[in-house]
Write a new protein. Structure first.
Length: 178
């Protein structure tokens, strides 16, 4: 996988609005600064990782969504529970043919973060880290993550395999961490 091609494929799902990034650089996980390295360079759900780091549950806010047959895509924010404080921006492309109708229905409802839905329904899954990326925020990402335009943060591309099939492609960008 070429990280820039995969990033483009995911961001092209939602081309409307201001530019998300001014610059994106693929970086090795070994040079990713902490605490971002611990937050991103692993094979676990970001929902759980964000909850552990921020010591609170997270809510999901669906910013945009598209559905075409079994393919569903959404642009989201994860927020500290009960607040408008973002902890993560993301774009997800999900192939529903690898999960049950109950999982599909719950994800489409947009009330619970994707990782939590898969965990709750005990979907057999594993997560493959694709790449760590350094983002220089454009106006779109800056607004979403409540950060200044031109500041940097980090994120990752990953794939979730459900029942041994590549079901979910993810772009997950952390809000700036201290």
């Amino acid at each position: 996988m070429n990280p820039h091609d995969e990033l483009r494929a995911l961001t092209d799902l939602f081309p409307e609005g201001p530019a998300l990034f001014m610059r994106v650089e693929h970086i090795p996980s070994v040079v990713t600064p902490e605490p971002y390295k611990s937050m991103l360079a692993h094979n676990h759900h970001m929902t759980v990782t964000m909850e552990q780091y921020h010591q609170t549950s997270v809510d999901v806010r669906v910013l945009a969504a598209k559905e075409l047959g079994d393919i569903y895509a959404r642009k989201i924010l994860l927020l500290k529970q009960g607040t408008n404080i973002p902890v993560q921006f993301g774009i997800v492309r999900f192939n529903f043919q690898y999960v049950t109708d109950a999982v599909r229905k719950e994800i489409l409802a947009g009330q619970i973060p994707l990782g939590r839905v898969l965990i709750t329904h005990n979907v057999l899954r594993h997560i493959d880290l694709g790449a760590i990326l350094e983002f220089t925020a454009g106006p779109g990402l800056a607004e979403a993550l409540q950060m200044p335009v031109g500041n940097k943060t980090y994120g990752r591309l990953a794939t979730i395999f459900c029942n041994h099939q590549p079901a979910v492609d993810l772009l997950e960008i952390s809000a700036p961490l201290s």
